[in-house]
Design a protein around this ligand. Structure first.
Ligand code: 5GP
Ligand code: ZN
Length: 142
């Protein structure tokens, strides 16, 4: 018995309303939806966060999410747009530590949104931040 609720769903040991079941990916309805139709796409192989996720599994999760989002947009369901959302880490709001991509169907006035203190940094600040991130990415690759 696993103590990861999403691994339990993959193993058939916990209930889920499945949307897509592929060899490496599962998509199912979120039990506390932000909006009607809110669902989660997960890799079947456990990964607690992005650093642990096999990039191939990540690609499959995104491809499945893209497929489902596109199908929902083209369907008769009352969906006018879709947000994809992924929380990596407690500070980002992650509560279940098995990577999952949220697909949030959107309609006008549905109440879903991103709260932020929008900033307008000068180009020099953007360039400095870009340089710091570029260095981090290159260091990680080396
Ligand atoms: P997070 O904040 O980690 O990005 O989102 C976790 C999501 O998983 C939440 O939207 C929550 O409603 C959903 N969730 C938590 N437990 C379960 C569960 O047992 N089954 C399903 N289907 N969704 C769950
Ligand atoms: Zn898991």
């Amino acid at each position: 018995m696993t103590d990861c609720i999403f691994c339990a769903i993959v193993a058939g040991q916990a209930p889920a309303s499945v949307v897509l079941d592929e060899p490496d990916v599962l998509a199912f309805m979120d039990i506390r939806p932000f909006t009607p139709g809110h669902l989660l796409v997960i890799p079947k192989r456990h990964a607690s966060g992005l650093a642990q996720l096999d990039p191939e599994d990540g690609a499959k999760v995104f491809a499945a999410g893209q497929r489902i989002a596109t199908a929902m947009r083209a369907s008769d369901l009352p969906i006018d747009g879709v947000n994809m959302f992924l929380a990596d880490g407690v500070a980002a709001g992650q509560e279940v530590f098995h990577v999952h991509l949220h697909l949030v169907p959107r309609t006008a006035g549905d109440g879903f949104g991103i709260r932020a203190r929008w900033q307008t940094p000068r180009r020099a600040v953007l360039d400095g931040t870009a340089e710091a991130i570029r260095t981090a990415v290159e260091t990680r690759r080396a």
